[in-house]
Ligand binder design. Structure first.
Ligand code: PHE
Length: 339
């Protein structure tokens, strides 16, 4: 029996050394130490021994059992470490590999220009505001000195959503909302989308973009208007462009002007872009009409102001020499990737 015990112990020792993974070690544990294992079987045979031999043999079997248990657990730990090591080796990252190209999105040209305009006016101390695209007749026309049946309504073909509810035709609606909630001194801009029921062609789109500006304070004059807008035109087009103020008409400003810059393509000689004129119109402006101030509860005898509405699409097409406004709205990737 003693020999048998020794043989089992040695066999277990060898098997443990040869086991190459945790599964084999587990099989080995079951084979020798399990309920039906060889060492357990040996213990069961103790009955056939003499009473003197029995305790001695019992002790030996238990010792052997302890040894095998130790072997198994030690081997198990080793194999586990080895498995981790192998896994780490297999997973090493080669940091010298070239990276995969990442496709980055970019800003739409209209967004680039809008951001530039915001930067320019913010540096002059203007606040940036937002207004709703769905407006009421009250804000889009009525308070802007355009009562119902006023012929000026024909200047802007309007999309009506319901009675007196419309898509704003101009960001000027933001002037009224501002003067209702803020008291002078006021210095704000409001960039955004506007809508008019125009036929689509190379220079017209039913959706386009404006940036409204409004300044109201004591003693604001036409000189302030001209200074701010000239400065703006030079910042956006460069010091070399000429700026011209033409008398015009808007119901909510008096006097009113339209502002042109010398054509950036031909420098003023006349070309396809400026339709031979040498000038490109970029905005409408004027001194806020006393009726408009009054409709917002501001006393026109104390305060004066000026307002302007810049065509963002026009600035964008002239800056990037884009010949058709539709390109700005089609979102063709081949076009957008150029910015
Ligand atoms: N709202 C005018 C337009 O859309 C532009 C404008 C704004 C004119 C502010 C004067 C003052 O044509």
């Amino acid at each position: 029996m003693r020999e048998k015990l020794e043989a089992i112990r040695r066999a277990a020792e060898n098997a443990a050394k040869e086991a190459i993974d945790e599964k084999q070690i587990e099989e080995l544990r079951v084979k020798y130490l399990g309920k039906k294992g060889e060492l357990t079987a040996l213990l069961k045979q103790m009955g056939s021994l003499t009473p003197e031999e029995r305790p001695k043999m019992g002790q030996l079997v238990n010792e052997a059992k302890g040894q095998v248990e130790k072997l198994v657990s030690e081997r198990k730990v080793k194999l586990k470490e080895k498995a981790v090591e192998l896994k780490l080796k297999a997973e090493t990252v080669d940091i010298t590999m070239p990276e995969k190209p990442v496709n980055c999105g970019g800003l739409h040209p209209l967004s680039i220009v809008t951001n530039d305009l915001i930067d320019i006016f913010q540096s002059m101390g203007f606040d940036v505001l937002d207004g709703p695209e769905v407006e009421t007749d009250h804000y889009n026309f009525e308070c802007l000195n355009v009562p119902e049946d006023h012929p000026a309504r024909d200047m802007q073909d309007t999309f009506y959503l319901a009675d007196k509810i419309l898509l704003r035709t101009q960001t000027s609606a933001a002037q009224i909302r501002t003067m209702e909630t803020r008291k002078p001194p006021i210095r704000i801009i409001c960039p955004g989308r506007v809508f008019r029921a125009d036929e689509v062609d190379a220079t017209h789109s039913p959706v386009f973009h404006q940036l409204e500006g409004l300044v109201v304070d004591k003693g604001v004059t036409m000189c302030d208007l001209m200074g701010v807008l000239e400065q703006f035109a030079h910042e956006i087009y460069g010091e070399d462009v000429n700026v011209r103020f033409r008398p015009s008409f808007f119901p909510f400003t008096e006097p009113s002007v339209e502002v042109d810059v010398s054509c950036t393509e031909c420098g003023g000689k006349g070309c396809r872009i400026c339709k031979g004129e040498g000038w490109i119109e970029i905005l409408g402006a004027g001194m806020v009409h006393p009726n408009v101030l009054r409709s917002c509860g501001i006393d026109p005898d104390v305060y004066t102001g000026f307002a302007f509405g810049i065509g963002i699409d026009r600035i964008t097409t002239t800056r990037y020499k884009i010949s058709d406004i539709r390109l700005l709205f089609e979102n063709d990737k081949r076009f957008l990737e150029q910015f």
